[in-house]
Design a protein around this ligand. Structure first.
Ligand code: ADP
Ligand code: GN1
Ligand code: MG
Length: 356
């Protein structure tokens, strides 16, 4: 089937070369494969966009095209991943049964890491995301299409969580009571978000919104090459990107870990992230924004915890589940991460003050 899809892309110019297609990556939303041309030093990334979630994939393609044009004009040396056009000149191929597919050139000799394995790597990845936003500071952010409305709108996520406590699976709500109560007690994180919006001192910028380490490509010397996974690039706030960096790099245990005693906030990683991000963005961020640097971590950890729990209470309709209670475990994991992060909040704020 994928072979048929791939025929729509100008990949294999020599007819009799076979394509080897293998599932790739660890994303929860789209499906990704690596496509190797047998006996040739040529590979691609094939992706099937989840159209249940991204209602208008053409908007994603338009954002990537707009940003690519801007970067090519102003920073021609910057490596930016644009899709390869189909034989008929489109950015995606629309299969009537399984939806939209796109193909990117596979950057040879590049690596990505599922987890930030060292502070140096964390620093480099954070710097890559910061550089991306900084280089696009002259780009008119309002030109970007909203590919996922209210994606990081914590106020709305909280309302959806409350709603689900009324309408969700009653059995699961009962079993999750302790976690629900704890999360409701952390409502001040939502209040701070609402205050940030009200104050209007935090700038709307080109924001990646999915800054996990696996969304950065590195070269053989572990130098960052570029950011990838560009579907959620939208107007947004820096707290989304910094927050997701904190959420996914600070702990040696990922959101999938069931043994919560392995969750830990590594202060050396925090320093590395702050150094990497601020090395690019320090002069872009205003004083109020810097004050919310540590808050960014709480914002994202809390949002992810309530998103996972909401999904659990809604019978896993968004993230899916590989085992019974998977999203409950993820939600609990993120709550433990948040709790451990808040225990170090004062220390972390002190570190930021020393950098600016
Ligand atoms: P998702 O996270 O939604 O599965 P990504 O776009 O992040 O999708 O791709 C999954 C993985 O594939 C990445 O983490 C990276 O390892 C690899 N990858 C993606 N695009 C490229 C590329 N152009 N060159 C090399 N590797 C890539
Ligand atoms: C999803 O597709 P992936 O795995 O990169 C989700 C993110 C969550 C993440 C949690 C569109 O990202 O917001 O942080 O799972 N993306 C979408 O692992 O919902
Ligand atoms: Mg990814």
């Amino acid at each position: 089937m994928l072979e048929e899809i791939l025929k729509n892309f100008p990949l294999n110019k020599t007819k009799d070369r076979r394509l080897i297609v293998t599932p790739f990556g660890s994303g929860l939303i789209n499906r990704t494969w690596k496509v190797q041309v047998k006996d040739a030093n040529e590979s691609y990334i094939l992706q099937n966009i989840n159209s249940g979630i991204f209602k208008n994939p053409a908007d994603i393609a338009q954002n990537i095209r707009n940003i690519s044009n801007y970067l090519q004009k102003h920073y021609p040396d910057y490596l930016f991943m644009s899709p390869i056009k189909t034989i008929s000149g489109e950015e995606m191929y629309n299969d009537s049964v399984s939806g939209y597919y796109r193909v990117f050139p596979f950057i040879q000799n590049s690596t990505s890491f599922d987890t930030a394995e060292s502070p140096v790597l964390a620093r480099e990845a954070a710097q890559q995301f910061a550089r991306f936003t900084k280089l696009l500071s002259g780009f008119d952010v309002q030109l970007l299409k909203i590919t996922l409305p209210h994606f990081h709108d914590l106020g709305l996520r909280y309302k959806q969580f409350l709603q689900t406590l009324e309408t969700g699976n009653p059995e699961r709500i009962k079993q999750s009571q302790e976690l629900i109560t704890w999360l409701l007690e952390q409502k001040n994180i939502v209040d701070t978000y609402e205050l940030i919006l009200k104050e209007n001192k935090i700038k709307t910028r080109v924001t990646h919104h999915d800054t996990k380490c696996s969304n950065v490509l590195f070269d053989e010397n572990n130098q960052g090459l570029c950011v990838i996974d560009l579907d959620t690039i939208m107007p947004g706030y820096f707290i989304s990107d910094v927050g997701d960096i904190m959420r996914t790099y600070l702990s040696p245990a990922s959101e999938e870990e069931k043994d919560f005693s392995k969750i830990e906030i590594r202060v050396v990683y925090f320093k590395a992230i702050a150094e990497g991000y601020l090395s690019e963005m320090k002069d872009e961020l205003n004083e109020t924004e810097i004050q919310y640097f540590v808050y960014a971590g709480k914002f994202l950890m809390y949002m992810q915890a309530i998103r996972f729990l909401t999904d659990h209470l809604n019978d896993d309709i968004y993230y899916g589940a590989k085992y019974e209670g998977h999203n409950y475990i993820r939600a609990k994991n993120q709550s433990v991460l948040l709790q451990k992060y808040m225990e170090k909040e004062e220390l972390l704020n002190g570190i930021i003050i020393s950098y600016v």
